[in-house]
Design a protein. Structure first.
Length: 80
């Protein structure tokens, strides 16, 4: 899906340039976190379960939304 928003493209480009392993073909865009902290660790993969538990589920509660899956956001975006 093409990204057409110029601001978003600029932000993504900036994030990629600032990436510790910028230019590396195998550099992960979404790095993991050091266990027990929120420190970014580029040697670890992004853990969906931790994201869901620590960030996504609490955000749904604060927004007073029913439980949905992260994948459901993709379907919503496609429908919109």
């Amino acid at each position: 899906m093409p990204i057409l928003d110029r601001k978003l493209l600029a932000d993504l480009k900036s994030a990629k340039i600032q990436h510790l392993r910028s230019g590396g073909g195998d550099a992960m865009f979404w790095p993991g976190r050091t266990p027990g902290s929120h420190r970014v660790d580029y040697d670890r993969v992004w853990d969906v379960a931790t994201f869901r538990h620590n960030y996504f589920a609490p955000a749904l509660v604060r927004a007073q939304l029913s439980a949905i899956r992260v994948h459901d956001l993709r379907h919503t975006a496609a429908s919109l």
